[in-house]
Design a protein around this ligand. Structure first.
Ligand code: NAD
Length: 251
């Protein structure tokens, strides 16, 4: 399977085609960040993320949002990139892939060195003012929460500031529209570590000419995938990269 995936990517790139990657929470579990749906460790086992990470709770029960949801987001920030993030950055630098669409908000693709990353569910780096649109570092929120200022206020206009993460109930950001345009007509989408159960992202694979899935458990879109690799993200991607290098450069 790994050799077949490498052969597919190599053939497409040799002919000047486009290969994109779509990642989900499963690409970061090896960095110690729990995903939502894995049995035993998924965040869903202990609380309902659609509740604590929802626009409704942010707006109607901000004390709860900042005590639970925001804490969950900030806890991700101590994680380090793993082998899967690193090999994806290398694959981009060497021309095997043209970019990564990620549902993750943990910043680990950037920190691993990936350059073209569409963060379609936002990020945990920034704070944004809902009144004037000013973007600042998320530490502004952390500091305000630490001094009991809930909801946190914009230091310029006094409006409410919030994390630049797409919460359940939020509209999709511009990055999603860009990602959709990029995927349309892509020759291959490599989906890694996503249950493909969060929409509208789960529509993306079928916008590409074909897709392969690397995931530890079955997904709703396995049946139409060109290949399904039931393996850890780091193991599968490192295997694919090694096989690509053996097939020879793209030049
Ligand atoms: P999900 O939890 O629904 O699915 C993750 C999938 O990854 C599961 O099917 C699981 O079997 C698989 N998986 C787990 N570890 C793996 C590994 N090492 N290798 C290969 N597969 C592995 O995640 P989702 O589809 O991304 O949807 C969840 C939503 O929650 C997303 O919108 C995302 O924004 C958010 N989220 C983000 C993070 C993060 O930023 N790291 C963490 C949790 C949730």
């Amino acid at each position: 399977m790994i050799a077949e995936a490498a052969g597919l990517i190599h053939g497409i790139r040799r002919n000047g085609g486009r290969v994109l990657v779509l990642t989900g929470a499963g690409v970061s579990t090896e960095s110690g960040i729990p995903d939502f749906r894995s049995h035993g460790t998924g965040l869903w086992e202990t609380r309902d993320p659609t509740e604590v990470l929802s626009l409704r709770v942010l707006e109607e029960r901000p004390q709860r949002f900042y005590a639970e949801g925001f804490r969950l987001l900030m806890d991700m920030r101590s994680a380090e990139p793993n082998g899967a993030h690193r090999v994806l950055a290398r694959m981009e630098a060497e021309g095997y892939i043209q970019g990564i669409i990620t549902q993750n908000i943990d910043n680990l693709h950037h920190r691993a060195g990936s350059r073209r990353v569409w963060e379609v569910h936002g990020n945990t780096r920034d704070a944004v003012c809902v009144a004037c649109g000013r973007v600042g570092p998320v530490e502004e929120i952390e500091e305000a929460v630490a001094r009991g200022e809930i909801p946190p206020r914009c230091r310029v206009c006094g409006g409410r500031i919030r994390p630049a993460v797409v919460l359940f109930g939020d509209p999709m950001p511009h990055a999603f529209t860009e990602a959709l345009q990029a995927v349309k007509g892509a020759d291959l989408l490599v989906v890694v570590g996503s249950s493909l159960s969060v929409y509208p992202v789960a529509y993306l694979p079928e916008e590409a000419k074909q897709y392969i899935i690397i995931n530890l458990s079955p997904t709703a879109l396995d049946y139409r995938a060109r290949l399904v690799i039931r393996e850890k993200a780091s193991v599968a991607l490192e295997g694919i990269y090694t096989a690509l290098v053996k097939l020879g450069g793209l030049g």
